[in-house]
Unconditional design. Structure first.
Length: 259
C-alpha cells in the first residue's frame, strides 16, 4: 500500500495558492497604500524647492485643491509665487476606468491647453516631478507584482513592481518600471524608484513626515524627488492642509483657470 506524504500535498497546495494570488496581492497592497494616504476633498499650500546639481534653489509657492464630483476626482494646482510663474495652473480629472484628462494654463499665452498623453510623462513646471506624478494612475494600465520584502530605514516593506501594459502607457507615465517600498505595518509608501525606457534607474522619490489626519488617513508632508542621472532634486513641502473644500465644480472647469 502506497503511503501518501501529507506534508508534500499541503506544501503543493500552499505553493499553488500563493502563485495564483501573488499578482492580486500586489494590486491589493498598492490599492490599500493609496487608500491610506487619500485624505479626500481638501485644500493645501505647498512650497516647491527646485535644486540643480550645484545646489542652487528655485522656490515656488503653490496651492492645490482636490475634490470628487460623482466618480471623477478633480485636482487643481495653481502657482502663487514668484511673479514669473504666478497664475500658472494644472488641472487634472482622474477617472477609474479611462485615461486622465489634464490641462495647463500659462499666463504668458493667456490660454488653456490640453496636455496630450505624450506630455504627461514630462517635467512638471521644470521640476523632477512629472505631470503624471500629479495625478492618480489607473490600475488597469499596469501590471503589479511583489518582489519580496526589504528593510528600508528600519521599516519592513513590501517591494511592489509596477510595469506599464504597453508603450503608450509607458510614454504617458514617463517610466518603464516603478518599484514602491510599502511598509507592512501601515501600508504607507516610503520610497518609489522610477526606471527610464532603457531600464536604468532615473528618479527616486522619498516620502517622509507622515501625519495622521482627523479622518484617520495619513498624509505625507515632505516628498523629495531625486534625479540620479542629472543630479537635480525637487522637494515638495506641505505648509498647510485643510480637509474638505467649499469650492464648486465650476472652479474645476478648464475655463476657470484663466480667471
Amino acid at each position: 500500500m502506497k503511503v501518501i506524504d501529507v506534508s508534500k500535498i499541503v506544501l503543493a497546495v500552499l505553493l499553488f495558492v500563493s502563485a495564483q494570488s501573488f499578482g492580486q496581492t500586489a494590486v491589493e497592497i498598492s490599492k490599500k497604500s493609496i487608500e491610506m494616504m487619500d485624505v479626500g476633498d481638501s485644500e493645501m499650500e505647498f512650497t516647491l524647492h527646485i535644486r540643480d546639481a550645484n545646489g542652487n534653489d528655485r522656490v515656488r509657492k503653490i496651492t492645490m485643491a482636490n475634490k470628487k464630483f460623482g466618480k471623477v476626482n478633480k485636482i487643481l494646482i495653481t502657482f502663487v509665487s514668484p511673479p514669473d510663474v504666478k497664475g500658472t495652473a494644472l488641472l487634472s480629472y482622474d477617472y477609474d476606468d479611462k485615461e486622465n484628462d489634464m490641462w495647463v494654463y500659462m499666463p504668458a499665452l493667456k490660454k488653456v491647453r490640453r496636455i496630450v498623453s505624450s506630455e504627461k510623462g514630462k517635467s512638471f513646471m521644470g521640476s523632477e516631478f512629472t505631470n503624471a506624478d500629479m495625478a492618480t494612475p489607473n490600475d488597469a494600465d499596469f501590471k503589479y507584482s511583489t518582489l519580496g520584502t526589504e528593510d528600508y530605514q528600519g521599516k519592513n516593506c513590501w517591494k511592489i513592481e509596477v510595469i506599464p501594459n504597453n508603450k503608450e502607457v509607458e510614454k504617458s507615465c514617463g517610466y518603464s518600471k516603478k518599484i514602491s517600498y510599502i511598509e507592512k505595518n501601515t501600508h504607507l509608501c516610503h520610497k518609489n524608484e522610477f526606471y527610464d525606457t532603457k531600464g536604468n534607474l532615473h528618479r527616486v522619490q522619498t516620502n517622509t513626515d507622515y501625519r495622521k489626519q482627523s479622518n484617520g488617513k495619513y498624509f505625507c508632508f515632505n516628498m523629495k524627488m531625486s534625479n540620479v542621472q542629472n543630479k537635480r532634486v525637487t522637494e515638495m513641502v506641505v505648509d498647510k492642509i485643510q480637509l474638505g473644500s467649499n469650492l464648486s465644480e465650476n472652479a474645476f472647469a478648464p475655463a476657470a483657470m484663466e480667471k
